[in-house]
Design a protein around this ligand. Structure first.
Ligand code: AR6
Length: 178
């Protein structure tokens, strides 16, 4: 585990499972149609139960890449799930960086709107969507650091990395930024 302070806020890196987190919100790596898929999305819907999909269907039909929507968290420990849509990685020259930045930023803005003080993120876009891990870690961490410096909240932002390799890459990148 690694913890760094950004003014009054904390960024934590842990190796683990996003569905086990007790932060007020967890972020889902969703798709534009908000239809449960594999990876993080599959795990959240499986453990959280059917109420999450019911709420998604009743409120939203679509979420464009780079945006985020929010629901309750069913049986999970968290209170909310923020469903963020990261970009599908093509060649790195198709606006992927800006869209990934926007997915993180809009998730954090949702958290502020709902007075959420602690939030856990997975490494958006780095699984099925193919974003190279180190590049994605730079975007994720830079965006969060900049956001915390501007807004001073949420007080805790936790990155939950699946496996040792992702954790090590995030740790290495964070060390270069703080
Ligand atoms: N906890 C934390 N991280 C995890 C977990 C977990 N339980 N499971 C996987 N990861 P992905 P994407 C890591 O594929 O790339 C879905 O089908 C994983 O190793 O979940 O944004 C959606 O419906 C990787 O580093 O999300 C979309 O269609 C990271 O989480 C599409 O996949 C993200 O992998 C979204 O693809």
């Amino acid at each position: 585990m690694k913890r760094v302070k950004i003014e009054d806020c904390v960024i934590e890196l842990i190796q683990g499972d996003i569905t086990e987190q007790d932060t007020e919100a967890i972020v889902n790596a969703a798709n534009e149609r908000l239809i449960p898929g594999g990876g993080v999305d599959g795990a959240i819907h499986r453990k959280g139960g059917p109420s999450i999909l019911e709420e998604l269907k009743s409120k939203y039909t679509y979420c464009p890449t780079g945006q985020a929507v929010i629901t309750g968290a069913g049986n999970l420990k968290a209170k909310y799930v923020i469903h963020a849509v990261g970009p599908i990685y093509k060649d790195g020259k198709s606006g992927e960086l800006e869209l990934l930045e926007s997915a993180y930023k809009n998730s954090l803005l949702k958290a502020l709107e709902f007075n959420i003080n602690s939030i856990s993120f997975p490494a958006l876009s780095t699984g099925a969507y193919g974003y190279p891990l180190e590049d994605a870690a730079k975007v994720a961490l830079k965006t969060v650091i900049e956001f915390l410096k501007s807004y001073q909240k949420p007080k805790l932002v936790r990155f939950v990395l699946w496996g040792e390799q992702s954790y090590k890459i995030f740790e290495k990148v964070l060390n270069t930024l703080v």
